[in-house]
Design a protein around this ligand. Structure first.
Ligand code: NAD
Ligand code: IMJ
Length: 256
């Protein structure tokens, strides 16, 4: 049976290691027959991501810090030379200062606030502006968000505000890029034990809470998030844009 992404080229930004949500998405995209391009942030993770890229049969593994306009331009130049068209872009990137994810939200510094917005929200705008001209046959841009965008989640703080901005960016980008046949959506994943969750105070309590209270009585797993990304990148998602799709074992519908 042909894969759902046969003949499509997808760029996945945000693989740091095997536990990254972006890694699961890249693996699912390959499974469905996509040509895979991976980008990573800097030398610290290069060796690891190159190894994972080789394992996945990625066509290209490229450096790109999404806060650096020169690196974004270099990425576009490198792709233009080799890949005639891009069909899907996955933005799976977030960062805030660790201390801003534990102390009171009102103590967030101006620099900490701007850092979280720059890396976690503005970067979707920058990436979309850079890469949408390569999406000449239309396509799908998607990002990862979290419930803390619209609800108060303990310690999520400045990241919640950044995710609120990210979800608004999704709507404005969707409205603007729709005319080019480019759809823009967010996947709101339930808590998953990745590097970005490690060291977060009481994270295992958050996982236990979801397992106890969600409709499906369990946590979500990264492969479920990845299959939703496949749906959005494929023709099956052709009518969906500007949306936030929850892949969270149903947790967000619950009141008490
Ligand atoms: P992760 O740490 O594996 O991924 C975060 C990625 O962001 C890393 O690959 C890191 O290199 C990249 N990154 C940070 N700054 C960057 C920059 N300046 N330029 C380029 N890349 C940069 O963790 P993850 O949990 O897979 O997170 C991926 C996305 O999923 C994030 O947006 C996160 O907010 C979101 N998310 C995570 C969870 C969870 O519970 N793990 C739940 C919902 C949403
Ligand atoms: C992160 C902080 C507080 C509560 C949290 C999380 N909950 C969940 C997360 C309940 C699920 C994970 N998440 C959704 C994120 O988006 C994480 C982003 C993040 C994590 C770190 C940790 C290490 C660091 N900076 C970070 N920046 C962003 O130094």
């Amino acid at each position: 049976m042909p894969g759902l992404l046969e003949g499509k080229t997808a760029l996945v930004a945000g693989v740091a290691n095997r536990w990254s949500i972006a890694y699961s998405i890249a693996a699912a995209f390959r499974r469905e027959g996509a040509t895979l391009l991976l980008t990573y942030q800097g030398d610290r993770v290069r060796a690891q991501v190159e190894e994972l890229g080789a394992e996945l049969g990625a066509a290209k593994v490229l450096n790109c810090d999404v806060t650096n306009d020169a690196e974004l331009a270099a990425l576009v130049a490198a792709l233009q030379a080799e890949f005639p068209k891009l069909d899907a872009v996955v933005h799976s990137i977030a960062f805030a200062n660790k201390e801003d994810l534990s102390r009171p939200f009102s103590e967030t510094s101006r620099d900490g606030y701007l850092l979280a917005q720059n890396v976690s929200a503005y970067s979707l705008v920058a990436l979309s502006r850079a890469l949408s001209p390569l999406m000449t046959g239309g396509g799908a841009i998607m990002t990862l968000t979290y419930l803390g965008a619209t609800r108060v989640v303990e310690n999520y703080n400045v990241m919640g505000v950044a995710k609120a901005a990210l979800e608004a960016c999704v709507r404005y980008l969707a409205a603007e890029l729709g005319g080019k046949g480019i759809r823009v959506n967010a996947i709101s994943a339930g808590p998953i034990k990745t590097a970005s969750a490690r060291g977060i105070k009481d994270f295992s309590k958050v996982l236990d809470g979801v397992a106890e209270h969600s409709p499906l009585k369990r946590n979500c797993d990264p492969a479920e998030v990845a299959d939703t990304a496949v749906f959005l990148a494929s023709g099956l998602g052709r009518g969906v844009t500007g949306n936030t799709i929850f892949v969270d074992a149903g947790f967000q519908i619950m009141g008490l």
